[in-house]
Design a protein around this ligand. Structure first.
Ligand code: 13P
Length: 283
């Protein structure tokens, strides 16, 4: 099987005015969870893996192999995306290992350096038909070794976003409009006016990171206003952790590999719920 370019999945989302979730995977079971969910609901699957996730599956080659195995029976397009990569070299390595999409995250760099780094990745990736996501603005929270504390967080500036997309040629843009990576430490209030202003001047699909725990009405409003990909990691991992946690309440629990099937099914149900939430009919 061959991974689909993420760009094509996002173009489909744009056509339908919906968003597709992008789900974390750290193992064969978590990959299978999303594949089964997508195949049952006829929704394309995007996998997000930070380098911390790849480390759990044997590096980029191991991740490609693990996800391909899980996707053997998929009946929908499947994209494998490298999340929050901060170096050109690692993007190249992932692409050579078989990824169909990479995110080059230069959001912690000064604007000009972010443009230069992102364009360098785009120039390489596009010769091979690989999708590139860039990021402007910073989300509060922790994602692997990327830690952004409150006062450092900055929402995306629409004019900078327009210039960034034009100069880099990215296929999609992650924007910061008030979500947080990981469990929320404050009540989220998405900046929909800012999102509208970005959408008005940027002609590539927009990406929302920090999809976990964000109130559904706000997520759906963001989709109405142009978000086409929503990253979900913490909610998937919480579903897995909870399924293992429930074992403590079973005093008769014995060694039993079915606990991994249960955790896969818990992640699958969570993902099915998100898939339905994100493809609601436009009002
Ligand atoms: P959550 O962990 O909040 O779902 O965020 C995931 C994410 O944005 C990965 O890039």
């Amino acid at each position: 099987m061959k991974f689909a370019p993420m760009k094509e999945i996002l173009e489909l989302a744009e056509e339908r005015k919906i968003a597709y979730g992008a789900y974390v995977t750290v193992s064969y079971e978590t990959a299978l969870a999303a594949i089964e969910a997508g195949s049952e609901l006829n929704v394309p699957v995007i996998f997000i893996t930070g380098t911390d996730c790849c480390d759990l599956m044997g590096g980029f080659a191991g991740t490609v192999e693990t996800v391909k195995r899980a996707a053997e029976k998929a009946t929908v397009p499947v994209a494998l995306h490298l999340d929050h990569c901060r170096t050109y070299e690692e993007c190249v390595e992932a692409i050579q290992a078989g990824y169909s999409s990479v995110m080059i995250d230069g959001s912690s760099l000064p604007f000009e350096e972010n443009v230069a780094l992102t364009k360098k990745v785009v120039d390489y990736a596009h010769t091979l038909g690989i999708t590139v996501e860039g990021e402007l603005g910073k989300l509060v929270g922790e994602e692997g070794d990327l830690i952004v504390k409150g006062p450092d967080a900055a929402q995306t500036d629409p004019e900078e976003a327009r210039e960034f997309v034009k100069r880099t040629g990215v296929d999609c843009l992650a924007v910061s409009i008030g979500t947080q990576h990981g469990h929320y430490t404050f009540a989220p209030q998405l900046n929909i006016e800012r999102l509208k202003a970005i959408k008005a001047v940027v002609d590539v699909p927009l990406v929302l990171h920090g999809g976990s725990g964000t109130p559904l009405d706000q997520v759906q409003e963001a989709i109405r206003c142009g978000i086409r990909k929503i990253n979900v990691a913490t909610d998937v991992l919480t579903a897995v952790a909870d399924s293992f946690g429930q074992l403590k309440e079973k005093p008769d629990f014995k060694y039993n590999t079915a606990m991994f099937i249960n955790s896969k099914n818990a992640a699958k149900e969570l993902i099915k719920g998100k898939m339905n939430d994100f493809r609601f009919e436009k009002k």
